[in-house]
Each structure stands twice: as C-alpha cells, then as structure tokens.
Design a protein around this ligand. Structure first.
Ligand code: TRP
Length: 333
C-alpha cells in the first residue's frame, strides 16, 4: 500500500538521461508519485561532486533531469521536485550521522570497493584517487533519505545497498538516542528496471556510450536506432526475438499485442533488420513525441524550471528543518 507512504528518490546529474533511466527510473517514479501519499524527487548535485568538477555540466544536467520529470508529467500536486544543494540541512544531518556510522560499513560499500579493486588491479595504492566524497557517499545518501522521513525509496539494484545502509544508520541512531526518531526506509526495485539493452546489446549505460538519450531529436533518434548492432542474418531468415536488441527495446515501448505481432514476424522470417529498426523507431517516436515537445519548451525557458525547483526547495526545507531540529535536540539537548 503506497497510498499512505512517503516516497523519495534522487538522480545524480552526471549524464543526459537515456532510455535505460527512463524505463528503470523516470517512468516508475512518475507512476509511483501518483500512488504515494507524497513523493520527494531531487537532483543529487552534491552527490555528483565526488566525480564531476565541471559546474556548467552539473548545472545543465540538473535542468535536463528536472525538465525530463516535468515533461513526463510528474504530478506536482503530490511530488516535490527540488535540487539537493538547496537544502543546507542535508549537509548538517550528514555530518551528525557520521557519528553513528561505523567506518567498517563504508568499507563495505560496493562503489568504494569497486574503486579499490580497480586500483589494486592496476598495482596502485588501494585508495589512490578516492576522495572522501566518494567514501562517505552513503552517509550523505542516508541523510537525504532520513531527512524527509521517507518510507520507501525506489532505486535500481545498484543502489539497494545504499538504502540498506540508511536503514542501518537510522537503526543505530534510534538505538542510541531514542526509538522512532528516524524513519527506517525500504528500498523498492521497480520491476521494469530489468536491464534495457544499449545499441551494442550490452546494458544501456553512459559508461559504455551505447545509450539513446530520451529526448534525442527525431532525426538523431532514428539515426541512433539504425546503429543498433545486429547479426548478419538475411531478411528472409527466421530470427530469434529474444536475442535481438531491437525486439527487447520494442517490447519496452509497445503494448502486448504489438509485441506479439513483432515476435511472430521475427520467428517467421521475411523481416529484415532495417525494417525492424524502422518499426522500433516509429513506436518509440510516437510514444516520446508529446513529452519531447514539452521538454524542449522547458529547456528554452529555464526560468520556469528555476521557479518550480525553488518552490520544491521551500516545501522540502520545511520538513528538513523539523527533522534536523529533532536530531539536534536528541544529540545535544
Ligand atoms: N546514489 C543515487 C545514484 O547514484 C542517487 C541518490 C542520491 C539517491 N541520494 C539518493 C537515490 C537518495 C535515492 C535516494 O543513482
């Protein structure tokens, strides 16, 4: 039952949103925001800082993410859209939570461990190039989650551990300072977060550079779809839909009847990859076009986005202040 729950999610402004993000995060969050009692959605610009030092990039990407949510129709009656750095209470809470967070917990964080492993594989010092922003990343994320008394946190599989850390941190805070001071959050992994394939068939990801931006202009969208890598089967040959990136992407956008129809055409033979790509392009384009228009409209009027983010920040801050006051009182009297 989501209807009595507070939901919260953050998106790091570290790249133009792509179809993997659309299906795994944007769509599910927009859908959930209609069901939940209240939804906090923020652009996690503070979280980007451990890796991105280019403020122009963060700025532009923040607008892109906000405009994406708005173009997809997030319901602002129930969802509070804001920028993480507009809420100074989050830095304060993060610092306070450091005192109830075991260092060993941070040592176990996947992202940190992956960086260490990479260093060791290269024969470098374990902590080479790792800043404290990366190391303490899960504490800031716990502060995000706990500041707004979030019950549920929709995230991709890769972020599940971070939400569990937030639970651990809330638990240790409550154990020391008093039951129920902080709400223990639960991760929710949206079903359609199942990996969306990129142009080369691997998981769609910024780091593989195999992605399709959600709001690529029509011509570029078509060009990218035509670049999807296929095997060299001839048009007349039967093809296995399950092995085809084209089919997997189509299934994510089309309805069941359409998906079944394309499946049959793959199996029967007689459908060339060029034609299949054209069918995929048309399906995606039709679905995306209305939101795309809104998106470019907003990106041309960023002052509208600024106003919405400012409004969101004001609302989020009200809650943030209450939580911080409660925490400070418990810790320092
Ligand atoms: N760490 C998340 C990511 O990399 C972004 C994020 C920051 C977040 N704070 C959050 C997600 C709080 C959910 C809740 O994708």
């Amino acid at each position: 039952m989501l209807s009595n729950k507070i939901s919260l999610t953050g998106v790091k402004p570290t790249g133009t949103p792509h179809f993997g993000n659309l299906l795994g995060a944007f769509y599910p969050v927009v859908r959930m925001s209609d069901e939940a009692k209240k939804t906090y959605v923020f652009i996690a610009d503070l979280h980007a800082l451990n890796a991105v030092k280019d403020r122009e990039f963060i700025h532009k990407n923040t607008y892109e993410i906000a405009a994406t949510y708005l173009a997809l129709g997030i319901n602002l009656e129930k969802a509070i859209l804001f920028r993480q750095s507009d809420i100074p209470e989050v830095y304060q809470l993060a610092t306070l939570l450091m005192n109830v967070t075991p260092k060993g917990l941070m040592n176990r964080a996947h992202a940190y461990k992956a960086s260490v492993d990479k260093n060791l594989a290269k024969g470098e010092d374990a902590d080479a190039g790792i800043n404290m922003g990366l190391y303490t990343y899960p504490i800031l994320m716990a502060a995000d989650i706990l500041l707004y008394n979030s019950d549920v946190v929709p995230v991709g599989q890769d972020q599940k551990q971070h939400v569990e850390f937030a639970r651990d941190i809330a638990g240790s805070f409550n154990y020391i300072y008093g039951k129920d001071l902080l709400t223990s959050p639960e991760p929710i992994i949206p079903e359609d977060a199942a990996t969306v394939p990129g142009l080369d068939g691997r998981k769609m990801s910024k780091s593989y550079n195999n992605y399709i931006p959600i709001f690529a202009p029509e011509k570029e969208l078509r060009k990218l779809i035509m670049k999807i890598i296929t095997d060299s089967k001839l048009p007349e040959e039967p093809k296995d839909p399950e092995e085809s990136t084209i089919f997997h992407l189509y299934r994510a956008f089309a309805n069941e009847a359409q998906t079944e129809e394309l499946r049959q055409r793959f199996i029967k033979g007689g459908l060339g990859y060029g034609e299949a790509k054209q069918i995929l392009f048309e399906a995606i384009n039709e679905k995306i076009a209305p939101a795309r228009e809104k998106y470019y409209d907003l990106m041309a009027h960023t002052e509208q986005i600024d106003a919405i983010l400012a409004d969101g920040a004001a609302k989020a801050r009200e809650e943030a202040k209450k939580t911080l006051a409660r925490v400070l009182k418990a810790m320092l009297g």
